[in-house]
Design a protein around this ligand. Structure first.
Ligand code: NAP
Length: 286
């Protein structure tokens, strides 16, 4: 399949759908199956992979690094075709700490560059400090783009007011049918600033896969409920979805959902089951 693309603020392309890795790299006994799942995902056509130093305290990055090493060696994927996203812990996000954290991540990933490096959420360090670290990493070629995660409108306004702050490439937040609060102001703000929104937990951590309204729509379209959930977040051109999956059927389902279009009637039925926000809501976080 030809994966739909999104555009980063500097004009470069990024796949509309990628693979999340939270809850991977946590248990030694699951590692072999997770490596196989990532390699399988790459063979299927996944080109965007999302991880963080937090996941399994480095375990997810190490697992991903090993999967990538094996996939490159087997000719299953080429480094230059991939977009690798990782995230720095807020308590590592001082100007110096962000550099050291990135170097550790790169070692675990067995890569010489992270394509999109995000501040995982806001913490104790001034944003200007973190930005100084990101700028240094870019100068050294260790990261290509930088961005943020779990930032609401006020956070983004503060960021964009800083020198170099508007070079932010993406904001990754919780967005799904079960968490629509961002539609009130954050998503329109990001659309106005052409800042892609990476939707995490787009299947509500698996829960939407069993929702009766999504199942009913899916049955009529010949797709699964989870695919309906993914097509719904991807209906907007500034949204990127990063569902996590290990099972082959889930990996296939999710990739195919990038091409699924929902009708106005389906969207209406989903609005009836999951009301759009009528007022500002605190940013949902998992
Ligand atoms: P999710 O992607 O909404 O759901 C993952 C769960 O859904 C897994 O249990 C998976 O099962 C199941 N699933 C996947 N595809 C399915 C399908 N087609 N049908 C039915 N069930 C399906 O939740 P998430 O892992 O929380 O979020 C996705 C990614 O976003 C994370 O992995 C992480 O990379 C990122 N994230 C970022 C933040 C942040 O603060 N920036 C926070 C949370 C998540 P199997 O694994 O068994 O296949």
């Amino acid at each position: 399949m030809l994966m739909p693309q999104r555009t980063l603020p500097d004009g470069s392309a990024i796949p509309a759908l990628g693979l999340g890795t939270w809850r991977m790299g946590e248990r030694a006994e699951a590692r072999a199956a997770e490596i196989l799942a990532v390699r399988e995902a790459l063979r299927m056509g996944y080109r965007l992979l999302d991880t963080a130093e937090m996941y399994g305290e480095g375990g997810a990055e190490s697992m991903l690094g090993e999967a990538l090493r094996q996939a490159f060696a087997a000719g299953e994927a080429q480094r230059e075709d991939l977009t690798i996203v990782s995230k720095v812990y807020p308590h590592h996000a001082s100007a110096r700490g962000v550099i050291e954290a990135c170097e550790r991540s790169l070692q675990r990933l067995k890569l010489d560059r992270i394509d999109l490096y995000l501040l995982h959420w806001r913490g104790e360090y001034a944003l200007a400090e973190t930005l100084a670290g990101f700028a240094q990493l870019q100068r050294r070629g260790l990261i290509l783009h930088w961005g943020v995660s779990n930032f609401d409108v006020a956070d983004l306004e503060e960021l964009f007011a800083l020198p170099g702050g508007s070079a932010c490439a993406a904001n990754q937040v919780y967005y799904s049918l079960g968490a629509r609060g961002v539609e009130f102001d954050l998503l329109p703000w990001q659309a106005r600033h052409r800042l892609p929104l990476m939707a995490y937990s787009p299947i509500d951590q698996g829960a939407l896969g069993g929702h009766p309204v999504l199942q009913r729509i899916g049955q009529r379209l010949g797709v699964s409920a989870a695919q309906v959930a993914l097509a719904w977040v991807l209906r907007q051109p500034e949204v990127i979805a990063i569902p996590k999956a290990v099972r082959t059927a889930h990996l296939q389902d999710n990739l195919a959902a990038a091409e699924l279009r929902l009708s106005a009637n389906d969207l209406q039925a989903l609005d009836a089951a999951f009301a759009p926000p009528g007022a500002k809501q605190p940013l949902a976080m998992i």
